[in-house]
Design a protein around this ligand. Structure first.
Ligand code: DX5
Ligand code: ZN
Length: 220
């Protein structure tokens, strides 16, 4: 059986915002398939990045999948804005809201794909009841908030368990994505864990040749 090609999702968090159009073009030129957009609010995570206006403004610069990762408290307040801005996937953190099922319904109502993310200390069972309802699970392999951190091996085991759960339940069709510390040194173990998508921020934007980087990630 032919293996599915790994989706590489460069995170613009590590891009140079003063030349964002070029940086976005470099993602497609390098044959990465998705663009990962890290929204941080300074509350759920210590850092602050950008909001829906930024996503709306760059939407016309690329036809790649926009993978919006909301690292914000009370994501329910912002779903409409990020949908209208042109996100294709909207991923929120289970730790950032009380009524996660309602947030799923909210995202569905906008017609966008639904993602849930969990931080390293959150156990998988916390999202177990929701697994048949979602399109994407983003397993954080670092504590969210910054690019350039080291991948935590404990999270790889979580990805493996999630993959097994998907393989053994016919009603689970979510994609598995990992976020944080993925680079050419860690990609082998990440891929072996069974992921469909890997986010890469600092490793992509600091690569000498981005096309070769993406190719190496896909073929690792
Ligand atoms: C971290 C963000 C990541 C970040 C990854 O909180 O969610 O998407 O951009 O950066 P790297 O790939 O440098 O670890
Ligand atoms: Zn992210």
């Amino acid at each position: 059986m032919k293996e599915k090609t790994l989706i590489v999702a460069p995170s613009v968090l590590s891009a140079d915002f003063s030349k964002i159009t070029e940086e976005i073009e470099s993602i497609k030129a390098a044959k990465a398939q998705w663009i990962h957009l890290d929204v941080m609010d300074g509350n759920f995570v210590p850092n602050i990045t950008f909001g829906h206006k930024f996503i709306k403004d760059i939407r016309s610069k690329s036809d790649l999948i926009f993978d919006t990762h909301l690292m914000v408290d009370h994501p329910e307040t912002h779903i409409e804005d990020f949908a209208q801005a042109g996100s294709d996937y909207i991923t929120f953190h289970i730790e950032a809201t009380t009524h996660a099922h309602r947030v799923i319904q909210q995202i569905r109502a906008t017609g966008k794909k639904v993602g849930i993310s969990i931080i390293p200390s959150t156990p998988l069972y916390l999202i177990e009841e929701l697994l048949s309802e979602i399109d994407l699970i983003l397993i954080m392999t670092v504590n969210p908030g910054y690019g350039g951190q080291k991948l935590l091996d404990i999270c790889i085991k979580k990805v493996m368990r999630l993959k097994t759960l998907r393989d053994t339940h016919e009603d689970y069709s979510f994609l598995i994505s990992v976020d944080g510390g993925v680079n050419l040194s860690t990609i082998k173990k990440v891929k072996a864990s069974g992921v469909d998508i890997t986010v890469a921020g600092s490793a992509f934007f600091s690569a000498e040749d981005k096309t070769i980087f993406v190719e190496k990630m896909k073929n690792a």
